[in-house]
Design a protein around this ligand. Structure first.
Ligand code: ADP
Ligand code: MG
Length: 578
């Protein structure tokens, strides 16, 4: 301990000591870094930056074309196919997937081929993983581990998306989704579990219904599992609860399931569950959305196992890891493991999400103009200045900012709202539903600020129309990985014209105060790449114009005649009820 005030050292001084435990994720991060020295050579070389892929012998590949035609999988484009080939032959592969370019599709293909390779190995030398040799020195008869693939992501959402896609491969491989202990405790409480639950950290996260059949927590309680009855008896109070015994049975049940599965899906932090380390021999590890994970977080799965092949999928041009401590940020924690290796990343170059004109600006701004659009005809229901149909639109709003305190998973924070802009966002959503007949669930209103999100949700709730309640309202941070047909963006920040003219807006401090993280390029990129058919941005164009990035965006929109002087004038195509 440092900086102890001298007064405290005096005998007569009375004081209380409050011990604040370090948060579990931080303990896990430290543990991961500490364990790099015990990791295998591949992981060590990734950590020290000395990894290189010299695939000497052209490995015998299951040709990508060999895939079972009956599997309901996308045919790959050229850049995707190359990424899959590289991932199969190299120990370490980094794949950059700009929005909608099929990172997850590529990950699913790679998983299929890894699985085929593991199967072939299994047939050649069944149950002979290296772990058995090591343990033999201890003179213990430890059963061999099960060969498998570990597929991780930094958030439950990122893992659920992959898990859902992997359901398509269920005829050839068995995926297993493992949620964290906290989530399991909430779904299946037992005497005393209440005390261990940290509700704040889970908030609205729930196990996904479509993944029920492949979730470990459900499977261990189904009749197919020999320990299910015992577990349920403890939980419903039929037998007297005994924590030790309960945990032991649960472990046996989990092990029973693990041994039956091939691909384990969990968050990076859940990958260090002891039962996984004891039961599974993960030859391959994939991390999706890896550019959103801090470097220590990405190392959790890597150091907890002994992978021979590692694939990182992500995009360092989208949301970076969230680091709240200024000092830690300064020291570089926002740079992910993925970003550290961006120079050797293979880029997927064709996106299938956005209308070509939505893609044009982000492609030029963030991807050196290399992002192509996969063919798909789309309808445009927004109207530009000349009443022509358009997929992009900017509506000027000069509302008033109000500063509010909101409660978030990370604690209370100051946030900003703008009522006038919220009203316009709701009005545009309503127009799209009532006049263009767009389904409410195909529309999202995105905003950088929690307070604005609450305000918009409040406004929607007050509407008598039940349908509009199905419009998604979410923060930009939470929107990565999602897409909607129509996206309305509320940028929130505003000030008077005179304030802008008075201030020299070249000053960085002033800009930071006035626009905050609305100018963060990674956030802007995610914001403008969520929409498939229509993107409508609302904001104060005079203020946004002070940021270089936004100035380029506005000038692009102006060239296309897609800026309206007042958001009040936003109109949409009327579609007759069929
Ligand atoms: N080769 C392809 N041909 C046609 N559609 C594709 C192809 N690859 C991906 N897609 C589609 O593009 C969309 C985005 O794919 P996804 O894997 O979710 O991207 P990402 O993970 O990069 O956001 C999905 O609807 C997917 O079906
Ligand atoms: Mg994805």
């Amino acid at each position: 301990m440092t900086n102890i005030p001298p007064k405290l050292k005096k005998k007569e001084t009375k004081f209380t000591v409050e011990v604040i435990p370090k948060k579990i994720p931080y303990v896990q991060y430290e543990h991961a870094i500490e364990n790099i020295k015990r990791a295998n050579d591949l992981v060590k070389s990734i950590a020290t930056g000395t990894v290189f892929n010299a695939s000497s012998e052209p490995e015998e590949l299951h040709s990508v074309d060999d895939m079972d035609d009956n599997l309901d999988l996308q045919l790959l484009n050229e850049s995707q196919e190359r990424a899959v080939q590289e991932a199969l032959k190299n120990p370490f592969t980094v794949i950059q997937g700009p929005p909608g370019t099929g990172k997850t599709v590529v990950g699913v293909h790679i998983t299929y081929h890894f699985h085929m390779k593991n199967n072939a190995l299994e047939a050649e030398c069944p149950n002979q993983p290296p772990s058995l040799v090591q343990d033999a020195s201890l003179n213990k008869n430890i059963p061999p581990k099960k060969r498998g693939i570990l597929y991780c992501g930094p958030s439950n959402k990122s893992v659920d998306i992959v898990a859902e896609q992997l359901l398509k491969l269920r005829r050839v491989l068995k995926p297993l989704r493992i949620y964290c202990d906290q989530m399991e405790m909430r779904e299946y409480p037992y005497p005393g579990s209440e005390l261990k639950l940290c509700r704040r950290s889970l908030r609205d996260e729930k196990p996904k219904e479509v993944l029920r059949d492949i979730s470990l927590m459900y499977l261990v309680r189904l009749p197919g599992n020999p320990y299910a009855k015992e577990i349920i008896a403890f939980e419903d109070g039929t037998v007297e609860f005994d924590t030790g015994r309960y945990k032991e049975v649960l472990k046996k049940a989990q092990k029973h399931e693990l041994l039956k599965h091939d691909v384990i899906l969990c968050t990076c932090s859940t990958a260090l569950k002891p039962i996984l380390m004891q039961t599974m021999d993960f030859r391959q590890i994939l991390i999706d959305e890896c550019a959103m994970a801090t470097e220590p977080e990405a190392f959790i799965p890597l150091v907890s196992h002994k992978p021979e092949q590692i694939v990182l999928l992500g995009d360092h041009k989208q949301i970076r890891p969230i680091v709240t401590c200024a000092r830690v940020k300064e020291l570089g924690m926002e740079k992910s493991l993925f970003e550290r290796y961006m120079d050797q990343a293979l880029m997927l170059d064709t996106q299938y999400r956005m209308h070509e004109s939505i893609c044009e600006f982000p492609s030029n701004e963030f991807y050196g103009g290399k992002l192509k659009t996969g063919t798909k005809q789309r309808t445009c229901l927004l109207l530009d200045k000349n009443n022509r149909q358009t997929a992009i639109l900017f509506g000027h709003v000069e509302g008033e900012e109000i500063s509010l305190a909101v409660s978030t998973a990370a604690g209370n924070e100051h946030s900003v709202a703008n009522e006038l802009e919220a009203k316009q966002a709701v009005r545009v959503a309503n127009l799209l539903i009532s006049q263009s007949r767009v389904k409410p669930e195909d529309i999202a209103i995105l905003t950088p600020y929690n307070a604005q999100m609450s305000k918009i949700k409040e406004m929607l709730a007050q509407k008598k129309d039940q349908a509009i309640q199905d419009v998604s309202v979410c923060t930009i941070m939470k929107s990565q990985g999602s897409e909607w047909r129509y996206v309305i963006v509320s940028t929130v920040r505003s000030c008077t014209r005179s304030e802008i003219e008075k201030e020299s807006y070249t000053s960085k401090g002033w800009l930071g105060k006035k626009l905050g993280f609305t100018t963060d390029p990674n956030q802007v990129n995610v914001t403008i790449t969520r929409a498939q058919d229509g993107l409508c941005i609302l904001g104060n164009r005079h203020l946004l114009n002070c940021s270089e990035l936004w100035r380029r965006l506005l000038s692009h929109y102006r060239e296309k005649d897609c800026i309206l002087d007042s958001a009040e004038d936003i109109k949409v195509v009327k579609v007759r009820r069929s």
